[in-house]
Unconditional design. Structure first.
Lengths: 408, 408
């Protein structure tokens, strides 16, 4: 069943309002083993006519949002009826509902609101529990061919409950008994996108029965497979073997969620000593609800003086080795472990740029220290010559991954 | 000039990743007095072929994102060349750049990365400063008619700088005569969107010669006016009078940029003591290049023990008043001022949720302390009953605004 989404709304194309419809519909449809073949946004007004007509020839189902309101640029109802050659008739029940809503809101019924009571003949009204514009379902036809059309309001707070209550059940019925497919996501850290594909390649993308996709973020890759459960079961062991413990999640969980959850389960705590990452590591940890159980002390030591005063890094060490060095990374981590009484302490010291690089210590150089209670301190160095914010993201992601290995 | 946007990426249709491209392009194009006539999203792979072909007949300019990566589902380059009947040729310069990047990142060149060095004959390479996939510009032709095509990488962190550096200047040239309309943005803090509209209203939106738009973020509003320069000059004084010193920028500068710049100019430093904001304030400050001149010490004191041990908050005060209280906010700020030797210290203590609220101290309660060298400490309380991440954003934005008033 080919599903298309058509959004109308000038505001979605001006940068004021983010179009969240495609992502939201995408998630809902996955549960029915359906996906969106195409999503289109057009401005308010007449532009919907050609987009709708083109979509007619491709789609079995079209989900239309927006243009059902009372103002003159809301034309979805009228244009759809026109394209299908259907008359618009006033619906008494819809009118009663709108009048009741107007009273409830202490407002008065305006003439232009009457447009919302006009329904194309043969359409099913989808009740709107959060606004005045009702949704409409226009069943598909064989000849002349037309797809199933769902006209839905634009505001997500009205559209989403309507979709769940009225559209999903209809789609389920229309979808009948299609072979069941599933979507699985493997979230991977410490391996680049190309490396992941090379490693799990195994002819995955050549198979006709699997959709394979990749989505890359700084030091994180999602490998996404869509296929029949038995096909997925068949390839999964090979994938798991190939990526090994670079795989950290099979849900949309973030690395910080994973780390905080494991620390909680294990009753352990982590502290942070950040120089170049400037608080981002602490920020990521504390985005996770309940982080206070596992994270109590964080130090941002941006200057040498702060490194010495707050975490006891010897001044001589800073002079001899420089702030961006292995001994200082170790000393920062050990200082934070001691001051916090935590079980682990992560330290980051590096050159985020844009300035401050040298031949000996280039831009993007990073040392991560990991002090562990009762075990020797670890230290690794990396080179991430990227823009400042990406550097911070990569640095903290890599630090979290280092801690992850302690929690496996 | 008819501009269309074509996004490829299965992840944009599955609900994992929000498509921010249309909104972002919309904003950029406004500055050229252009707008998007249609935006389309298709999955990775072959689907781009028909969408692109259809767009050819309507658009003068097509902005394509995604599908330029090294993996097998990235086909934008190949399909575009095929549709235009252009041969793909290996580009030595692109290859050198990718090889240099691979070396710089301490990685190895993989065979599949070579695909990214293939360029349709006649295309202009748009350098990618933040990733391996170069962008491509294919100039439009009269006969057979083809529009101007810009092939851009999917990740916003790569695409956006490329657009600004390479695409905007080309679009400006294509657009011909200097746009007769101008876009001005007024960035406002400490005033809600409705309050801004009420305050600057003055019949702005009733004027036929001005496009008025608002874009709201947590405790930040952009008022956007598009019109002829003389019209803008005429209304601007009224706007400036109406918003007073809530206006902090007339560029896209962030509040943290503003604060760090002023601190540098004034040779002053700030320290942070964060409880509920968990490092976000420090993270925002250190996102600004050169922050190390004005920010040296940050404390994340998530537990009571840390508040006492690191910043000397009296244990009795914590028992009597609780951690989320005015005395503790003051004590945190003063402790950070003393430990850091800075000129200002901001503290944040509050209830970010989702748990931890009570009748007396509800979810979203926040105290911000501001200690000032040689002047009495300030403290303000707020109530931001929002989700955890929005709360952190609002809390830090409001704290930065409090410091801003000291720097005016």
């Amino acid at each position: 069943m080919v599903v298309e989404v058509l959004n109308t709304g000038t505001e979605l194309l001006l940068g004021d309002v983010l179009n969240t419809h495609a992502a939201w519909f995408g998630k809902q449809l996955l549960a029915l083993d359906l996906s969106i073949s195409r999503q289109t946004t057009v401005p308010d007004g007449e532009a919907i006519r050609s987009a709708l007509r083109e979509s007619f020839s491709r789609a079995d189902v079209i989900l239309v949002t927006g243009g059902l309101g009372p103002t003159t640029d809301d034309l979805t109802r009228e244009i759809t009826a026109d394209l299908l050659g259907l008359e618009l008739v006033a619906d008494a029940e819809v009118r009663r509902k709108i009048e009741a809503l107007v009273v409830e809101r202490g407002s008065t019924m305006r003439v232009r609101m009457l447009r919302q009571t006009m329904i194309p003949r043969g359409a099913t009204v989808l009740p709107n529990d959060f606004g005045s514009a009702p949704g409409l379902y226009l069943p598909g036809k064989e000849s002349p061919r037309s797809p199933h059309l769902f006209l839905l309001p634009g505001p997500p707070r009205e559209m989403q409950p309507m979709f769940t209550a009225s559209v999903l059940p209809l789609l389920k019925k229309l979808n009948g008994s299609v072979p069941h497919r599933e979507c699985r996501i493997y979230r991977i850290v410490g391996m680049g996108e190309s490396a992941v594909e090379e490693c799990v390649g195994l002819g995955l993308s050549e198979r006709g029965d699997l959709d394979v996709g990749y989505c890359a973020r700084p030091n994180e890759v999602d490998l996404r497979l869509i296929g029949a459960p038995q096909t997925l079961d068949e390839v999964e062991p090979k994938i798991l073997a190939a990526v090994g413990n670079h795989l950290f999640s099979r849900t949309a969980e973030n690395l910080e969620d994973w780390v905080v959850t494991r620390l909680r389960e294990q009753g352990r705590r982590v502290a942070t000593a950040e120089s170049c990452s400037g608080g981002l590591l602490a920020h990521r940890l504390t985005n996770v609800p309940g982080a206070s159980e596992v994270f109590t002390h964080g130090f941002i030591v941006y200057s040498n003086e702060a490194k010495t005063a707050l975490l006891g890094v010897p001044q001589k060490m800073l002079e001899d080795w420089g702030a961006v060095s292995e001994p200082v990374a170790r000393s920062l981590a050990e200082g934070a472990l001691e001051k916090s009484g935590a079980d682990f302490a992560l330290s980051l010291t590096g050159i985020a740029g844009p300035g401050g690089g040298s031949t000996e210590k280039p831009l993007g150089l990073l040392f991560i220290g990991l002090a562990r209670r009762g075990k020797p301190t670890l230290c690794k160095n990396h080179l991430f010559p990227r823009d400042r914010e990406t550097f911070k993201q990569l640095a903290t992601q890599t630090a979290l991954d280092m801690l992850r290995h302690e929690l496996l």
